[in-house]
Design a binder for this molecule. Structure first.
Ligand SMILES: *[C@@H]1O[C@H](CO)[C@@H](O)[C@H](O)[C@H]1NC(C)=O
Ligand SMILES: *[C@@H]1O[C@H](CO)[C@@H](O)[C@H](O)[C@H]1NC(C)=O
Length: 179
């Protein structure tokens, strides 16, 4: 009667010996998971173009994917359009302004034509205390129309600036507050 019990006991003994390696595997697995979650996807997203300062987000080409507005150097704006293939963001629109420093980028549809425009504020190079200027580049079928830019002065003492925008026969008022 005792003989059949021995293999059972022996099996139990063996399985309990398996516990430490099993525990170790579980622990290693738990440690590896968060490491796998933190992948560096920079080159998948930007390829060789991964430099510059991310200034704003917006769907520039109306494809329902968020595009990126990236500043490079002091006076260059690049719009990275989202793409289905790697790299997932490609610089497709480039705007280079002369003799100024771009201080902010505000994408938006300022004339109501359903195309995203880009409002930039700039100051002259090497004049950190100078008044800011405002430029609006009108979006036009995935490009920025240079011909339609207008320049306004936003003095540091001005609390609010009213800008009148004309598109066709319609006039829109835009108010900018300085902080
Ligand atoms: C991520 O990848 C980019 C491009 O390969 C590299 O420049 C960057 O140093 C990497 N960052 C980290 C934290 O490894
Ligand atoms: C917009 O640009 C695309 C590609 O450059 C062109 O195929 C399309 O015809 C243009 N659409 C209009 C309305 O100009």
């Amino acid at each position: 009667m005792g003989a059949p019990c021995r293999p059972v006991l022996a099996r139990r003994g063996r399985s309990s010996l398996l516990w430490p390696p099993l525990l170790l595997l579980v622990t290693v697995g738990a440690l590896l998971k968060p490491v796998r979650a933190l992948q560096n996807v920079t080159s998948q997203l930007f390829g060789a173009e991964a430099f510059g300062t991310l200034a704003a987000f917006g769907d520039f080409n109306s494809d329902k994917q968020t595009d990126l507005f990236v500043l490079r150097g002091e006076n260059e704006l690049n719009i990275f359009l989202a793409d289905q293939n790697e790299p997932y963001f490609k610089p497709k629109v480039k705007l280079l302004l002369r003799d100024v420093v771009i201080t902010s980028v505000v994408p938006g549809d300022y004339d109501g034509d359903s195309q995203m425009d880009a409002l930039l504020t700039t100051r002259p190079q090497e004049q950190p205390d100078a008044d800011l200027s405002i430029w609006i580049f009108w979006g036009n079928n995935q490009t920025l129309g240079r011909l339609y830019r207008r320049k306004y002065s936003l003095s540091s003492s001005t609390k609010q600036l009213r800008i009148s925008l004309f598109s066709g026969e319609c006039e829109r008022q835009m108010y900018l507050n300085s902080v």
